[in-house]
Design a protein around this ligand. Structure first.
Ligand code: SF4
Length: 359
């Protein structure tokens, strides 16, 4: 049984450095690169991966999720949906003294949650809404619910919405599941797998406790060699190996991933709007299609800021928050209350890298 070192390569600096480290320690024969293609990528990513392959001699396998079966099942479900149930909003019940009234089961015993705490009684309010798809929504959804062959779009058509910060299913469905499937395939063929991940603790709060090594079991191990590195360390290491960074870093992108990512910040969105309008136009087309496939007719790629707070993907805001409205907001000055002409006139050709690569 041999050990295979699998490096997930995204086209960004951290995964490039991780690939180089793996090759330095184990040579090209025992290292495999994988790229989970979301279908929402900039052309520069594909070109950079080709460059990495040429420069390192490691083949980077492209993995693309396929949601044909899920979409076919959803079409059948929508077409047959005859549910008669209604979904009601509820409100908690309090007694005259303002104390929470506990919920009771059929025998009069107080109902408890998983932690053993009493569950508060609730009552239905309003007339409720139909659970089933209306005939109008069925016709609208079935007209667009066909696989496009693009993993990101097909995932959103299947789900009937775009991923959000609260429900970031894109990472799981388009990247994690694909990488795990690939690694399990190697294990089934009798190998042990070390999954190399280019994660740094200083990247975000979520990653501040990232472990350097984890034994998952069943022949799978996780190794994160960069946990203690800074972004500057990563760029310096790649440069010492003669590897250039992805050019997107010199074009205002703080990170390289989807174009755009649902987590893109305001300055990144501004840069994308100015430099890559074709991607905004593509997302706008996706919004129209996913909106038609959604039961309630709501789908917004990135919720726009409203009075200093992000509005989540609520259908009520969908029409006002399309991607062009978000880009317009990204061009506003702090607070987003007014549109800044000076900001709009910024030359997008100047280096705006948040890593100061060209300084
Ligand atoms: S989190 Fe962002 S980069 Fe990751 S898959 Fe979702 S949209 Fe793409």
């Amino acid at each position: 049984m041999s050990i295979i070192h699998v490096v997930s390569v995204s086209g960004g600096k951290d995964s490039a450095a991780t690939l180089l480290l793996a090759i330095e320690r184990f040579g090209t024969d025992r290292v495999r690169g994988i790229f989970c293609d979301t279908g929402n990528e900039h052309q520069a990513v594909y070109e950079y991966l080709h460059y990495l392959e040429q420069a390192t001699g490691v083949v980077i396998a492209t993995l693309r999720a396929n949601f044909q079966n899920e979409i076919a099942s959803k079409r059948v479900f929508i077409a047959r949906d005859q549910r008669t149930r209604r979904k009601y909003a509820t409100q908690p019940v309090f007694d005259a003294a303002g104390q929470a009234v506990p919920k009771r089961d059929g025998r009069g015993n107080i109902a408890l949650d998983k932690k053993g705490k009493p569950i508060q009684k609730t009552i239905k309010v309003g007339g409720g809404e139909r659970v089933r798809w209306t005939n109008k929504a069925k016709r609208r959804a079935l007209a667009v619910l066909h696989p496009s062959g693009n993993p990101f779009l097909d995932l959103c058509l299947w789900k009937g919405c775009f991923p959000s910060r609260k429900a970031q299913f894109c990472t799981e469905e388009l990247k994690r599941n694909m990488a795990v499937e690939y690694q399990l395939g190697l294990i089934e063929r009798g190998h042990s797998v070390v999954s190399w991940q280019g994660v740094r603790r200083d990247e975000s709060l979520n990653r501040r406790n990232a472990k350097k090594y984890e034994a998952v079991g069943g022949g799978l191990h996780i190794y994160r060699p960069l946990v203690e590195w800074s972004a500057a360390d990563v760029f310096a290491y790649c440069a010492s190996k003669g590897i250039k960074p992805n050019p997107l870093y010199t074009q205002g992108m703080g990170r390289v991933g989807c174009m755009p990512c649902i987590n893109a910040n305001k300055p990144e969105l501004k840069q994308i709007g100015q430099r890559f309008p074709e991607h905004i136009s593509r997302i706008s087309g996706w919004e129209a299609r996913v909106l038609a496939a959604s039961k309630r007719g709501g789908a917004t790629f990135i919720p726009a800021e409203n009075g200093g707070k992000f509005v989540q993907n609520a259908p009520a805001h969908a029409a006002a928050n399309d991607i062009y409205a978000v880009i317009e907001w990204a061009n506003t000055s702090r607070g987003g209350k007014q549109f800044s002409l000076l900001t709009a006139l910024d030359e997008p050709t100047a280096c705006a890298s948040s890593y100061g690569l060209c300084e």
